[in-house]
Design a protein around this ligand. Sequence first.
Ligand code: KG4
Ligand code: ZN
Length: 359
Amino acid sequence: MNARVTVLGIESSCDDTAAAVLRVGYGGSEILSNVVEGQARLHAPFGGVVPEIAARAHAEKLDICVARALREAGTGLHQLDCIAVTAGPGLIGGVMSGVMCAKGLTAGTGLPLIGVNHLAGHALTPRLTDGVPYPYLMLLVSGGHCQFLRVDGPEDYTRLGGTIDDAPGEAFDKTARLLALPQPGGPAVEAEAARGDPTRFAFPRPLMDRTGCDMSFSGLKTAVLRARDAVMTNGTLKASDRADLCAGFQAAVRDVLAEKTRRALAMCPDITALAVAGGVAANASLRDGLQGVAQEAGVVFVSPPLALCTDNAAMIAYAGAELYILGRRDDMTLAARPRWPLDAASPAMLGSGKKGAKA
Ligand code: KG4
Ligand code: ZN
């Protein structure tokens, strides 16, 4: 990037209130501050994110997070070039809180306002962390999303495929619930799987027989349920049974993600990098599988650090910086959008995960 900009990013689309200050340009990006105030404790008694509680908590915490981000960055509002805010997709109350906060700041300072697609924030993170050049292939795998995106520019995405039902994180969480493991299920299932035999249970590899890179994960958890019940007809579930079930489940997810990634890469012969982001990318076995596929295909594998894979405002500031440099500006008519596909030409999918417009 041949310009130098300092951006305040604001994110409030799900259950994390976040603000960050980022300096971009002259060969790299520097995160000056990255504040994330999670709401897990508020939602825990309800077993999922409660939109009303989330919106209220965002409204209470946004200005505190912004003030902290500016303080930690040692920056005043007058030193910024623009303000970037998540304008969707997400839980509408939270997105509106963020957009209102950003509009207030721009009204008070006269700084340009830039509405950012939350998914673009995730999709552009490999450029923030590793300076990956366009075009590249992005696999977004989280509790709410699973999709392959070809990324050609900050506003140029092609969705190559994705899940037609559950997101993988959702499948990990449900599997954990079936096996009485704690939430979030991903880390718990991964820890169990490390002790288990992945070959004892022959779980399905859904949609492998279908061409393209769409995926399905909901049948997998039903298979885990059946296998668990079959084991339990002989008595209680032993620790080794639980570990073997987790190992078998994880191996199935790994095989599906690896094969579908192979196909997505084959669909874009001109790309030189495969990037993965989202909470599920924290899984070492899945990451290993994807790294192997990248190696086979002769492309670079990029997996940003976890703190930048999960929801944060540094990624929103970065996406805002790219848009700012392109000359994109919003004004006071900027609207909060509950749905906002990155690839407008792609047909509406069930496949953003059943938990909603979260990524
Ligand atoms: O991206 P993320 O932090 O939140 C959103 O969904 O937006 O992803 C959370 C998901 C959860 O479903 C969690 O179980 C899963 O990521 N996850 C993992 C691991 N760590 C977190 N899944 C598999 N293995 C892990 N180690
Ligand atoms: Zn997200």
